[in-house]
Write a protein that binds this ligand. Sequence first.
Ligand SMILES: [Zn+2]
Length: 81
Amino acid sequence: MNTPEEQQKIVEAVSKKFPHMTCPMCSNTKFALVRGFTMNILSKDTTTFGDLSKAIPTASFTCENCGFLAQYSLQTLGLSQ
Ligand SMILES: [Zn+2]
């Protein structure tokens, strides 16, 4: 679960890059930050589960109208170690 301070940093970083974030599915402009981080696990093929130590940590936002999920790399946002 991300802390309120982490949530604020994520919202600020994404809002700075995308001040007019619009849902690509329904054109809604209201998104909610998902509480907690998501991990995209990398795998060398499609038949085995990936190495949990090799993952891309992301912050996710959900469209408040249709539920579309948008993910942002914490590293690219400058928010991961
Ligand atoms: Zn939407």
